[in-house]
Design a protein around this ligand. Sequence first.
Ligand code: ASP
Ligand code: MG
Length: 419
Amino acid sequence: MRVFKFGGASVKNAEAIKNVEKILNEFGGEEVLVVVSAMGKTTNALEALALAYFQNSGDKYDKYKEVKNFHDQIIKDLLDGKTVRGYDDIENLFIELECEIEGAPQLGFDQIYDQIVSYGEIFSSRILSTYLNEAGVKNRWMDAQNFISTDNTYREGKVNWTRTAHLIGSKLRPIVKKQMVVTQGFIGKNQDNFTVTLGREGSDYSAAIFAYGLDANNVTIWKDVAGVMNADPKKFPDAVKIDTITYPKAIEMAYYGATVIHPKTIQPLQSKHIPLYVKSFVDPGAIGTVVGVEAEPQNPLPTLISKENQILLSFSTKDFSFIAEENLSALFRVFALYKIRINVMQSSAISFSVCVDHEPSKIEGLKEEVMQEYTLNATEKVSLLTLINYEKEKVTQMLGGKQILLEQKTQNTLQLVVA
Ligand code: ASP
Ligand code: MG
C-alpha cells in the first residue's frame, strides 16, 4: 500500500491535473491513497476570504468569487467542451461555502478560519477525483475529516493518534485495499464535528498520518523539485540533490527551515519504519530523495538551511540578578502562553537569548508580559543558518560579510543567527 501526496503546485491548473493523472495511471491496479492539497494559491485566497467574513467586510463576496472563478476555469479547461455530471457536486460545494459566509460571524476567528479555508482541499480533491474517474483512473473520493480526529486547537490541530489510527485502520484501509482513494491533506475534525486544520503546509503531515494508520509500505511526496537539496537552489546555484537521508537528519532539516518537507511529517513515519520518497512530478521516472535510510553515507554532503524572518530576543533582569531557574521557568511559561516556538536558545550568567519566528502579534504580547522584570533587546530581520556536516573554511566565505549575533555548535551541526 502506498500513500501519494500531491501539493498545490502539482494541481495548480488543468494541465498540472492532467499530469497527475498520467502519474497515477501507472499505478492503476495498486493500493494507493492519494492525498491532495488545495490548488495553487487557493489557501491564501481563502485566508483572505475568512478574514473578510470575520470583519464583516463588504468585499467578502468578491473574495468568494475570486476563489470560485479560479476553480470554474480549471473545471472548464478540464472539460474541454464536454459535459460530465460529477462536476455538479462541486457547484453544490460552492453554494455551501457561500452559505458559510452569509450573515454576521458567530464563532471565534480561528474556528471560522478552519471552516472556510478547508474548502480549498475539498474542492481540489473533488475536482481531481472526478477528472481521474473520467480519464479511467477509477477511484473513490473520501472525506479526510472522517478519519483524522483532532483536539480543538483550531489552525494547529493536535492529532488524537489512538482514535485516528483506529479509524484509518478499521474504516479506510479496507476501502484502499479495493480501490484507489482520493482524499485531502491539511484537514481533520474535532469531537464537536468542526473542521480543524493541521497548520499551513500540513498536507505532508496528513500523508504521514494516513500512512501510519494504514501501515503503508511507503509515502511519496510529489514536488516541483528533483528531491531534497543540500541548500536552497535559488540562493546557491551549485546546490545538489541529496540521494538518501536518515530520519533524524530529515527532521533536523525540516525543523530548521528546509521547506521541502513539513517538519511534523517524519516522526510518524520513523516510528513505523515507513520510507518517504520525495520525487519530481515533472520527471516522475527520476530517482528523487529517499528519507529513512539506516545510516548516513561515508561522506555526507554538507547541507545548509536558512530560516528567514527571525527575531533575536535577549532578556536580562532589571534587578541585576543572575539568570536562574526561576527566571527561565517564568520566561518559558510566557513562550508557551503565546505559542512561540524557540528555534535556538542560549543562556549566560546575565542574559538569556532566543531566536524565534518573527510573528509581531505574539512578540508584542510577550514583550508586555515580561517588561516589568526584564530588559528585552530585540533584533529584527535576522536569519538562522543551520549547517550540517559543515566545512569550516566555507562558512566564512558563505557568510559574505554578514554579522554573527549568536553561535551554537554540536559535533556535526553549526547554527548561526546572522544579520
Ligand atoms: N493548502 C494548505 C496550505 O497551503 C496545506 C498544504 O498545502 O499543505 O497551507
Ligand atoms: Mg501547499
